[in-house]
Design a protein around this ligand. Structure first.
Ligand code: CDP
Length: 212
């Protein structure tokens, strides 16, 4: 049986790095589901198509290839913004969730990270983590990331942006961002990536023992 680890949480909470480390540790396949929304948004932007036509966006979402997703070409701020706009559309979500579920069944196991993995995409996941951090800490992490990459950033604007994205992700009617009832909460505000990884590993090892 495939073992699924579901990791959810708000923007810049550290899910991505944590998910990649977990997948590496257990030899599982990893899917950053945010990239499926970003790839859909980028395809629409590149083709000059509107971001508010659900039928058009669904068609584009159905053509997204999971194998070709690359965060480096999808990382632009404008793509993230557009992604969170089309992510409110139920037809887009249905199309992408179908592809994400198919991915989650890969042997021997998978790690999926996103906003609705434990609640909607893989409600039967063996382990569910909800990774969070205060908005100030998340904005600082995003700021440091941009500066480390050689860019210039405005902390106040990033902070406003993190809050706006939270509101959009938590406030939408279809699959809002929220912890699954059986998710383990991991607040990384005062934790290094290494400490978060160790905490996650302890939870996952305990769940794996139960699943044997
Ligand atoms: O990396 P960042 O936190 O900026 O976001 P992301 O994970 O790349 O996701 C971009 C946007 O896609 C999010 O703001 C969500 O609106 C949407 N998303 C979603 O609705 N459901 C998911 N499972 C993953 C992402």
């Amino acid at each position: 049986m495939t073992l699924v680890i579901a990791i959810d949480g708000p923007a810049a909470a550290g899910k991505g790095t944590l998910s990649r480390r977990i997948a590496e540790e257990y030899g599982f396949h990893h899917l950053d589901t945010g990239l499926t929304y970003r790839a859909t948004a980028k395809a629409l932007l590149d083709a000059g198509l509107p971001l508010d036509d659900e039928g058009v966006a669904e068609k584009v979402a159905r053509e997204v290839e999971l194998a070709g997703l690359d965060r480096s070409v999808l990382s632009a701020h404008s793509i993230g913004e557009a992604a969170s706009k089309i992510a409110v559309m139920p037809a887009v979500r249905r199309a992408l969730v179908e592809a994400q579920r198919a991915f989650s069944r890969k042997e021997p196991g998978t790690v999926l990270d996103g906003r609705d993995i434990g609640t909607v995409v893989c409600p039967d996941a063996a382990v569910k983590l909800y990774v969070t951090a205060s908005p100030g800490v998340r904005a600082k992490r995003r700021y440091d990331e941009i500066v480390a990459g050689g860019g210039t950033a405005d902390y106040a604007a990033i902070f406003e942006d993190v809050k706006k994205r939270d509101e959009r992700d938590m406030g939408r009617a279809d699959s809002p961002l929220e912890p699954a009832e059986d998710a383990h909460l991991l607040d990384t505000s005062e934790m290094s990536i290494e400490a978060a990884f160790q905490a996650a590993k302890t939870l996952i090892d305990a769940a794996l023992k139960e699943n044997i």
